[in-house]
Design a protein around this ligand. Structure first.
Ligand SMILES: Cc1cc2nc3c(=O)[nH]c(=O)nc-3n(C[C@H](O)[C@H](O)[C@H](O)COP(=O)(O)O)c2cc1C
Length: 379
């Protein structure tokens, strides 16, 4: 274990204090301390990295976000072997669940009308006939049984309804938690309060189905994101996953067509989520998960300094393979040792100080940033 140097903490605290006074956009003033470091026995699971996330204990704060690498039990195992602290599985979509339920209902009616004696050939549960839900639950069951880290199932929808019952099946299949992704673009004239209510209603429906923790994966597009975060927190969200990436289509000028614009993120995409994590740190009961823009360990460290309990990534693992998670963990450990900090000390060190009003802090940062930019670019 590293020997903790109290002077390094003092330096870090002083740095955070100075930053708070100066506003944002200042350079890192943390001092390196030359200290003797004993390498941890298992780099992905040391005591110092243990992280509490939505009530679960993780061996480290790197989490594979919902994505293409968790579509099989082998994929989940590869992510665990690669070093992540938890896996969020790809999403089961509301539309898939509803389609299957409708399909099953139709079949049952047809069967009832024509050859009731053959009923026994058909599965009795409605949503499982066509396979997507069954496949998901089977993958979850096998995936969770094959690893010793938490596997979080993902439910993804936009209109409150019966699909939320699937959360219960997910819990029964071995999910350690549910990540609820409400992806909805209120494109018409839906009043803001109705938009907010819909999120809260869907959360309440899922919470009523399960005892396991429920995280809410969110977009930043609310009239008052801070208020929304507090409301979800009050409603019992066990974590907020910040932020969902919204599809922003591009236009192909030659073909005169829109394209999906679904590209892997880069470090610049971390700035908005990081700012909000820094603003919310220490102000909610819910855990804070960062998602978007992790390319290297530096992006992980920045999220931790902003206050993320866990740092999620899909892009980095898709680009570099599941083993890259281990490198991120090692990089984080190396940096913590170099700075003489524990993970808990580093977490939130550069968040908006608790005694500061977020609005004033953000405005002050904006004003000073604007002034600096004017003198820099206005010559
Ligand atoms: C190929 C791909 C598939 C994804 N599938 C899902 C999904 O099923 N459910 C979900 O909530 N997010 C999904 N995401 C979004 C990621 O979980 C993540 O929030 C987003 O990619 C931003 O993180 P990143 O910058 O680390 O990639 C997907 C992302 C990618 C690239």
């Amino acid at each position: 274990m590293p020997r903790f140097d109290p002077q390094a903490l003092k330096a870090a605290q002083e740095s955070a204090r100075q930053k708070a006074e100066l506003g944002s956009n200042t350079t890192d003033l943390l001092l390196s301390v030359g200290q003797e470091v004993v390498a941890p026995e298992h780099p992905h699971a040391t005591e110092e990295l243990a992280t509490r996330y939505m009530g679960l204990v993780l061996r480290n704060p790197i989490v594979a976000s919902a994505g293409p690498l968790s579509q099989t039990a082998d994929g989940i195992k590869a992510l665990a072997d690669g070093g992540v602290g938890a896996v969020v599985m790809y999403s089961l979509l509301e539309e898939q669940i509803r389609y299957e339920a409708a399909h099953a209902a139709e079949l049952e009616e047809e069967v009832n009308n024509s050859f009731a004696e053959a009923l026994s050939y058909f599965p009795t549960t409605s949503s499982n006939n066509s396979g997507l839900t069954t496949t998901y639950l089977k993958t979850l069951e096998d995936g969770a049984a094959g690893v010793d880290i938490p596997v979080i199932a993902s439910l993804n929808g936009s209109v409150n309804g019966e699909w939320t019952h699937t959360a219960k099946q997910m819990a029964e299949a071995g999910a350690a938690g549910i990540e609820l992704n409400v992806y909805w673009v209120p494109g018409d004239f839906t009043p803001a309060r109705e938009v907010e209510k819909r999120y809260l209603d869907i959360l309440a429906s899922v919470k009523s189905e399960v005892e396991i923790p429920v995280a809410m994966k969110l977009s930043p597009f609310f009239s008052s994101f801070g208020e929304m975060a507090h409301k979800l927190d009050d409603a019992g969200a066990d974590a907020l996953v910040i932020f969902n990436r919204y599809l922003q289509p591009d236009i192909d000028l030659e073909r005169m067509q829109t394209t999906s614009g679904f590209e892997l993120s880069g470090p610049g995409d971390a700035r908005l989520p990081r700012s909000w994590i820094a603003a919310l740190f220490g102000r909610l009961h819910a855990s804070l998960a960062a998602t978007s823009g992790v390319e290297s360990v530096n992006d992980v460290i920045k999220y931790v300094l902003a206050g993320a309990d866990v740092v999620m990534t899909t892009a980095a693992l898709v680009r570099n393979g599941a083993d890259y998670a281990g490198l991120l963990v090692d990089g984080l450990v190396g940096w913590l040792h170099r700075k003489g900090l524990t993970l808990n000390q580093a977490r939130g060190m550069l968040a908006v100080p608790r005694e500061s009003a977020v609005e004033e802090y953000a405005r002050a940062g904006y004003v000073s940033g604007l002034e600096q930019a004017k003198s820099r670019y206005g010559k």
